[in-house]
Ligand binder design. Structure first.
Ligand code: 13P
Ligand code: SF4
Length: 312
């Protein structure tokens, strides 16, 4: 098994050199996949990187909307996704046609969409955001300007609470991983580890975010765990992040928060785990599946991402 994965890693490195390809990976992929990445990051860092990457091929080790975002930003590059079935329950909760009808009900509203959306929804969006910059993006919009925020209702209401804005309409979508964490079990863990800090992703429900010592994006959580003096953390986000946490801070301990049903493995994103070393080899060898989209949709979507990247 070890030998097999070593030979897959070797083959991936050969293919990357031969084809001038780079691998961008999200922190929620498996540790083996993270190990072959040229760049590992959260959604925001990956979007920024995809824009400037110097290669002929970008292989996106992550979910479909992330690879689409890379293609929107780098249209002249070949963008590959090892498993096109790797979707996202949050992106799927917001169908572009339904969203267009929703938008039509709120004339005069500016649309802020989380990057976890399809290219069709991005094309209907004025400015994208990720969990790293959602607050700055919303604050960059004049207070009197009404906003539609899509698709994550938990991130939307968290930002609404932080900004005190009462002119935000929320799309009713959610991520199947972050919605499933059990408040009861988190409180039990805290009772057993009274010194531990609770770190929570803003895609979680408000009752869970309310008990957090820190709420932030994947990258924000990683940084917080480094600068905090605490030695123990209860981690309320997708469990793939634990690999990077343990690598960066080996002296600290990280306890994954359990979902309501601990037998379901729901604190793992099944889509992110669809990317495997085997699928990366196949994808690089065949240079497929490739992300393709209509140029008019790409251009409309590009504007919303460029507007996001411009917000400091
Ligand atoms: P971030 O990478 O912005 O933390 O988002 C988490 C996520 O759910 C990615 O799909
Ligand atoms: Fe989508 Fe949730 Fe998976 Fe992120 S963790 S890719 S939001 S399903």
């Amino acid at each position: 098994m070890v030998d097999n994965s070593q030979s897959l890693v070797k083959r991936i490195e050969e293919l990357k050199r031969e084809k001038n390809a780079v691998i961008l990976a999200h922190y929620y992929t498996t540790p083996e996949v993270q190990g072959v990445a040229d760049f590992l990051g959260d959604s925001l860092a990956l979007s920024v990187k995809a824009k400037d990457v110097d290669a002929d091929i970008i292989l996106f080790a992550g979910v479909h909307f992330m690879a689409e975002t890379a293609k929107v930003l780098s249209p002249d590059k070949k963008v590959l996704i090892p498993n096109p079935e790797a979707g996202c329950s949050l992106a799927e909760s917001c169908d572009a046609a339904e969203f267009a009808a929703f938008k039509a009900k709120y004339p005069g509203h500016m649309v802020v969409s989380y990057v976890n959306t399809t290219v069709g929804v991005k094309a209907l969006t004025d400015i994208c955001c990720t969990s790293s910059n959602a607050l700055q993006v919303v604050e960059s919009i004049p207070a009197e300007q009404p906003i539609i925020f899509a698709p994550d209702r938990n991130l939307g209401s968290y930002i609404q609470k932080l900004t005190g804005r009462d002119n935000m309409v929320l799309w009713d979508g959610a991520c199947h991983v972050h919605e499933e964490f059990s408040l009861e079990k988190i409180l039990e863990l805290r009772a057993a580890h009274p010194q531990a800090k609770i770190v929570v992703h803003p895609e979680c429900k408000a009752v869970v975010a309310a008990v957090a010592d820190y709420v932030g994006s994947t990258a924000g959580i990683l940084e917080y765990c480094g600068r905090s003096e605490a030695q123990e953390f209860i981690v309320v986000t997708e469990a793939g992040i634990l690999a990077e946490m343990r690598k960066r801070y080996p002296q600290k301990s990280f306890i994954p928060a359990p979902p309501v049903d601990s037998t379901c493995g729901c604190n793992e994103c099944r889509y992110m785990k669809m990317v495997t070393l085997e699928s990366i080899v196949r994808c690089l060898e065949s240079e497929s599946p490739e992300i393709v989209m209509e140029e008019s949709v790409r251009r409309a979507a590009e504007r919303s991402i460029i507007n996001m990247v411009a917000v400091k």
